[in-house]
Design a protein around this ligand. Structure first.
Ligand code: SF4
Length: 734
């Protein structure tokens, strides 16, 4: 079987094997799913990003398809505080529609809000944005990607005029002479990517990691800079300071391809390495060695990830490293550049097609009159009827149920009770709603609070597209139909739309025996929205409309077809023409700004939103572990992953543990001004003695986000997950 094919090795026309991609992270590793002897198995397959590798999460992804806790019937709560009970789809959808109408009649259209996710397919993200703006006519839609990648997105847009995680193929990493990873731990978050790092080092390359902890990735590095959390920007400015004083700045590139360098040059003049060392703890010699490795390399790449981003100054911190890359003349040169390692499976596509508060499809701004006219034309509504911008995710969640805030929330593909900062407060806001609707395939902590739970399909049960961390649009292919009682998100949105508009359901859930796409659909022309009968629940139809809505935008998918994806291991956006090329590499000749030049922005270090004090003397930082994913709704239910990572922990330095009288495995309580968490201590000399770490995958008493700060970046709205002030107590009570 070739990649992209659907084979019929089972009985009849049943699809029994498909080439698809992992449901989890943005690496979107290629895998083959097989239905054999009543069970679904996973096999790794060769794909340019993973080259035949998968991590534990990918290998075990199919275990959830027939998991005993899977939801297969809608659930309703008849009264506040009552239990959820099974219900029919008709009753559940009627409750949703009735509830939406009551809230909007009483409080206005903006009283209903929508919350999406960075794991939704492009088609779903697009349909969710259209549903909010056209069916609900609310300005309130945002998504959990705001918590993951929004600071690098904002920094990329203001510097390059384009936000694409990697503006070059992943394979470029293997060619870089120097690779600087800032706040990125791919050895745990996306292990197959480490093959590229290994290749880079085997070629004699220099790998430098900036991270407050000795992570699995840092252990691979030639040099590890271990700054105090929240001081990366000081290190970035000091690196540029050294590059300037040593004459490593590419002045021809700066003069010919950028604007705004003088202000940056003046700004970093005061960031001599000793000053950065005093603030960050990174030795002068290491700052100088890093600057030299970058400044004298023929090919160098700088990558940032959540460690740099998840701060109240995340946009400026990323900008500091973008400034460094531009000053060295890296972006647009083969084997060189700046990039961001996107986290969630469709973190890239999910932020392009309209589920962000300020955005329309194609990465258009919702406050741009030209963009509104274009998208409204595709949607068949007057532009003046489209709502204006909403508010970023945390601001939205924190306003729920308050005076003037939304009274109803529809959640698709997200679990903010575990993943939002200051989570206890968010949980309280959700409880204050008149109506909470959650579409999910498992009873997440958020779904458990809902008035209506809608059971939806899993990744192996629906077709669609995803856009990986390289901006490569991929095909997700269905192996089988959803089980009886389960519907796709697109079907739910289509049905709600028609019921809200007073019509009948626009689709019928057909239990098909054969392939989910007809041969004509698989190989023939893409059906266009508006041409005859339209099945708004059909992802291919939705994608055709997405292509038209994105045409001419920054993220232009007009020339991307499912057939073209199949033939080419994916298609890189922008791809405006079906007959024209796609764009694996950006910025070779010009940037996406109006004048084609990249823009420097002078950025200054500032303290974290919450500094340590006598009552809260330690820094707290959060992150991920290899065997769990995001809020853990899925991976905590996979037995093999649970064996590897069964529970949360609090990582602390042995010296700190000694002062607290805590031994390995003993429970400790981490306390901040907002709340606390309890988990076993894990002692590690790889963490600074002034810092403690906890993974954020668990809820309940071990919820790390009970502790985190809800301060947000003023530009991106990204919360400060990576630093707040805490104290740690030994737990003595039973
Ligand atoms: Fe690949 Fe990420 Fe899936 Fe692991 S979780 S198999 S790294 S896509």
């Amino acid at each position: 079987m070739t990649d992209g094919a659907r084979s019929a090795t089972g009985t009849g026309d049943d699809p029994r094997e498909v080439a698809t991609h992992c449901p989890y992270c943005a690496l979107q590793c290629g895998m083959t799913l097989r239905a054999e002897a009543g069970r679904v198995t996973v096999a790794a397959r060769q794909f340019p990003t993973n080259r035949g590798g998968l991590c534990q999460k990918g290998w075990t992804a199919a275990e959830l398809l027939d998991h005993p806790e899977r939801l297969t019937t809608p659930l309703l709560r008849d009264r506040p505080g009552g239990e959820l009970r099974p219900a029919s789809w008709a009753e559940a959808l009627d409750r949703v529609v009735t509830g939406i109408r009551a809230v909007q009649t009483g409080h206005g259209r903006d009283a209903v809000a929508v919350f999406g996710g960075g794991g939704l397919t492009n088609e779903k993200a697009y349909a969710l944005g259209r549903f909010a703006r056209v069916a609900l006519r609310t300005r309130h839609i945002d998504y959990n990607g705001r918590f993951c990648m929004s600071s690098a997105a904002a920094a990329g847009m203001r510097a390059f005029g384009v936000d694409r995680g990697l503006p070059f193929p992943l394979s470029d990493l293997g060619r870089a002479d120097t690779l600087l990873l800032v706040g990125a731990n791919p050895a745990e978050t996306m292990p197959p990517l480490v093959r590229w790092l290994t290749e880079q080092r085997e070629r004699g390359g220099n790998l430098i990691v900036v991270d407050p902890r000795v992570t699995a990735t840092a252990r691979h590095a030639d040099l590890h800079l271990q700054p105090l959390p929240g001081t990366d920007l000081a290190v970035a400015n000091a690196l540029l300071h050294v590059a300037l004083t040593e004459g490593w700045v590419d002045r021809e590139y700066v003069a010919g391809r950028t604007t705004g360098f003088d202000a940056v040059r003046r700004g970093v003049a005061g960031w001599w390495p000793a000053r950065a060392e005093a603030l960050s703890g990174v030795p002068v010699a290491d700052i100088e060695a890093t600057a030299r490795a970058l400044g004298t390399a023929e090919r160098a790449i700088i990558l940032t990830a959540r460690g740099a981003e998840q701060h109240a100054k995340g946009v400026d911190t990323v900008t500091g490293f973008v400034n460094l890359a531009l000053a060295l003349g890296l972006p647009g040169r083969p084997g060189s550049g700046y990039g961001c390692l996107t986290g969630q499976g469709n973190g890239q596509g999910g932020r392009e097609h309209g589920q962000k508060a300020d955005q329309l499809p194609g990465y258009r701004r919702i406050d741009d009159p030209v963009a509104r006219e274009h998208v409204a034309g595709v949607w068949g509504v007057p532009a003046e009827e489209l709502p204006g911008p909403g508010v970023p995710a945390y601001q939205l969640l924190d306003s729920l149920g308050t005076a003037g805030g939304p009274k109803a929330l529809l959640v698709f593909g997200s679990n903010p009770v575990v993943s939002a900062p200051r989570a206890a407060r968010v949980e309280g806001r959700l409880r204050d709603l008149d109506l909470l609707v959650v579409a999910d395939f498992l009873l997440s902590e958020t779904a458990a609070l809902a008035d209506v739970v809608l059971p939806t399909a899993q990744w192996a049960e629906e077709d669609g597209t995803m856009t990986n961390l390289e901006g490569r649009v991929l095909r997700r292919r269905a192996l089988r139909e959803p089980p009886p009682g389960v519907r796709t998100d697109l079907a739910v949105l289509a049905d709600l739309t028609h019921q809200l508009q007073g019509g009948a359901p626009s689709y019928r859930l057909v239990h098909r025996k054969g392939p989910l796409l007809t041969p004509k659909q698989e190989h023939g022309a893409t059906p266009e929205h508006g041409a005859g009968a339209v099945d708004a629940a059909d992802p291919r139809v939705v994608f055709a409309e997405l292509r038209r809505a994105s045409a001419g935008g920054v993220a232009d998918y007009a020339g991307v077809s499912w057939e073209r994806i199949d033939e080419n291991d994916g298609v890189f956006w922008p791809c405006p023409d079906t007959d024209g090329p796609d764009t694996p590499r950006l910025f070779a000749d010009r940037f996406g700004t109006p004048d084609g030049r990249a823009r420097f922005h002078a950025v200054e270090h500032r303290p974290a939103a919450e500094e340590v004090c006598a009552a809260y003397p330690l820094h707290f930082t959060t992150g991920r572990v290899l065997a769990q994913y995001q809020s853990g709704t899925q991976t905590r239910r996979v037995a093999a992953l649970r064996r590897v990572a069964p529970e949360a922990f609090v990582e602390l330095h042995p010296d700190l543990a000694g002062r607290l009288g805590v031994a390995e495995g003993e429970p400790v309580r981490v306390v901040s001004r907002r709340g606390d968490m309890v988990a076993p201590a894990r002692l590690s000399p790889g963490i600074r003695p002034d810092t403690v770490f906890a993974p954020f995958h668990w809820g309940g008493a071990a919820r790390a986000n009970s502790v985190t700060n809800d301060a947000v970046d003023p530009v991106s709205g990204m919360p400060e997950f990576k630093i707040c002030a805490v104290r740690v107590e030994k737990v003595t009570e039973p």
